[in-house]
Design a protein around this ligand. Structure first.
Ligand SMILES: Cc1ncc(COP(=O)(O)O)c(C=O)c1O
Length: 454
């Protein structure tokens, strides 16, 4: 009997015992290829000797010093490193311990910025449906997954949601990519007008939508138009790169490929590569300067922010990525993975779309390719795919609710940056078998209420 409150109560999880490179082993001796880096976390794979050495060295010197008393060399170095490679205008970093904390900090810093600028009437946040920004109350309020928000509704701050940039289902057949992007931009502009331009704090979006839609980049030009609209009304653009950032899409920041620089940007997951819990909020100088010249303090902190061990891990991860030119590998292997997925699933009767950028790729499952009709959600097809993949020694990240929060299934792939082509061949082969096995049984569904995955 377990005393841990696991994600799915009553489910028996394999016990992870050790890991190396792209492989995790359980206590029963089974091996799993980590083709999702957990949840797009383990960007360097597992047990990287250089990261472990940096962490040991940090522990030998200093494990912890509270940030109200001290700064540390390693936190300063990591901040320098992040700023040196950040989008234009970003000059400071606020450290936290994960993605939700980074989003909470973004929301509060955005609000404090306007209060200190003498615009306390700004109170609304606009975000997008079918998005995920974290699980704490502020992040949940901003996120667009109704099924996760619904029961906590009375506790959530007031937020407004517009359509996601979801080309596969959102773009009309008679519409160009550009016209679709323009229509979405107008939707945001109209929402801002409706609320009153000077009462909106920020627009929040994942640069590439991760787990909710499975690796969906925006159509070309979308973010440039969004940036213009935000600027016109003095509204902050908060980009959530918790999943898609830190090299995952082939550039250090996903927004580099969109040609925009955000006012605030949340990063986590790949920042520390899973070696330690760490996230960060990157901010434009104008925001830092306003608070620095105003009250002089951001009214927000955590006991473990800037933890030296986490900073040492993140600094080592970022140095290895640069030293080993791993972003080039992300681009090369990402293109290879996309090609292999298209070869395997391009004519698959139950795969409607293959998409992604770099080593963040998604496969959307449909019951009918022509109508894009999803499978009956009671089948929990995503959970079946996960079970079938695990049975074949493969970790991928399937999820349901792709279409509207209730219907639809997809599989997200996010392998470590160190993968090569033969490994990706094995991943695609096993995933193909898992999807075939999971979809082959759908005529006689056995509804397993405990099989849902997150
Ligand atoms: C885009 C995005 N934002 C925020 C979060 C929340 O991060 P965390 O789980 O570290 O709190 C996630 C986690 O999956 C995410 O994918």
């Amino acid at each position: 009997m377990t005393h841990v409150l696991h994600r799915q109560i009553g489910q028996t999880y394999p016990v992870a015992a050790n890991s190396q490179g792209v492989t995790i082993r359980d206590t029963a001796g089974r091996e799993y290829i980590d083709a999702s880096s957990g949840a797009a976390v383990s960007c360097l794979g597992h047990s990287h000797p250089d990261v472990l050495a940096a962490m040991r060295a940090q522990l030998d010197g200093l494990a912890y010093a509270h940030t109200s008393f001290f700064t540390t060399q390693v936190a300063e170095e990591l901040a320098d490193d992040l700023v040196a490679h950040a989008p234009e205008g970003i000059g400071h970093v606020f450290f936290v311990s994960g993605g939700s904390e980074a989003i909470e900090a973004a929301l509060k810093l955005a609000r404090q910025y306007f209060v200190e600028r003498g615009e306390p009437q700004r109170r609304y946040i606009i975000a997008r449906r079918q998005s995920y920004h974290g699980i704490t109350l502020g992040a949940l309020a901003v996120g667009g997954r109704d099924w996760q928000r619904k029961q906590f509704g009375p506790l959530l701050i007031e937020t407004y949601h517009v359509s996601p940039a979801y080309e596969y289902r959102g773009r009309r057949a008679d519409e160009t990519q550009q016209a679709y992007g323009e229509r979405l931009a107008w939707e945001l502009a109209n929402k801002i007008e409706e609320l009153g331009g000077d009462s909106v704090i920020a627009f929040v979006a994942e640069t590439v939508v991760g787990a909710t839609l499975a690796a969906v980049p925006a159509v070309p030009g979308y973010f440039k138009r969004i940036r213009e609209i935000c600027d016109r009304h003095g509204i902050l653009l908060i980009l959530d790169e918790v999943m898609c950032g830190m090299g995952r899409t082939g550039t250090l920041h996903a927004c580099e490929q969109e040609g925009v620089s955000p006012d605030l940007m949340a990063i986590a997951k790949g920042l520390g590569g899973g070696y330690a819990p760490i996230g960060a909020l990157l901010m434009q100088d104008k925001i830092f300067d306003t608070v620095a010249e105003g009250s002089g303090a951001f009214l927000h902190s955590h006991t473990f922010m800037g933890h030296p061990l986490a900073c040492a891990a993140a600094l080592a991860v970022q140095r290895v990525i640069r030293r080993d030119k791993l972003l080039t590998n992300v681009q090369t292997q990402g293109a290879y993975l996309l090609r292999r997925l298209n070869e395997r699933f391009g004519n698959h009767p139950f795969v409607g779309d293959v998409r992604g950028r770099g080593l963040l790729q998604g496969v959307e499952l449909v019951a009918d390719r022509d109508t894009k009709e999803p499978f009956d959600s009671r089948l929990k097809l995503h959970a079946r795919v996960k079970r079938e993949a695990m049975a074949r020694g493969l970790m991928v990240y399937p999820m349901g609710g792709t279409v509207d929060g209730a219907r639809g299934d997809h599989v997200l792939l996010a392998p470590p940056f160190i993968v090569d082509a033969p490994l990706l061949d094995t991943v695609v082969e096993r995933l193909g078998e898992a999807i075939d096995a999971a979809t082959g049984k759908t005529k006689n569904p056995e509804h397993d209420a405990r099989s849902e995955v997150r």
